[in-house]
Design a protein around this ligand. Sequence first.
Ligand code: 16G
Length: 244
Amino acid sequence: MINKNSPLPIYYQLESHIKELIDTGVILPGDSIPSEREYAEKYEISRMTVRQAINSLVNQGLLYRKKGSGTFVSDKKIEQPLQGLTSFTEDMKKRGMIPSSKLIHFEIVPASSFIANELKISEYAPVYEIKRIRLADEVPMAYETNYLSANLVKGLTEADVNASLYAFIEGKLNLHIASAEQMIESTKASSEDAKLLQINKDHPMLLIQRNTYLQDGTPLEVVKSLYRGDRYKFFIKMDRTDSP
Ligand code: 16G
């Protein structure tokens, strides 16, 4: 497994070996891996070399350390396509996971100048401000804040947002959700985010801002979604002919 005569660095060989065990399901999410000392003794290599291999896998998000109890295999990341305009509920169901929401905040507030501008409504016009923790199989995945015009999305209730916002808009209001623009950037969890998502402060996160439009171009929602960086990766297929 470790070939000391190989031109490949030993830490890299060990890293590839552990990665293969994860990829082939020999070791599963939640399983612990042997300690640095055990690897060092087994392969007669230095603990420094073992640490380098493990650090690299921790940095890639494939392993995580738990203080005092060891190093474990991370859960597999959810691969989220960027093509297609879907809802959280649809995305999770497609994967065979059970979506749910924990409603943190639901209120009609006067639109700030930023929100009014994005939704093309007047400042102080009534907007729903909705904050939800989005869960998949009961694990918190994202913290989402939506703003929608209360004059457009009439009669929205807490029960509707506990189910699916898009299902209400399309199914009950018969509005046609057509397009969206989305921006993704990296960030860290604040202490509030961390508490709500049951992760540590400064946990790596992906911040997604989405503006969604109806078929006639009316802005429908302004959304800020904070996804767990260790559980999500985004996928897009590109064609050279698509270039702007
Ligand atoms: C997704 C959308 C969000 C939308 C929500 C509706 C992203 C980044 N955001 O989370 O804009 O409001 O789905 O979900 O994908 P729902 O119909 O399950 O309430």
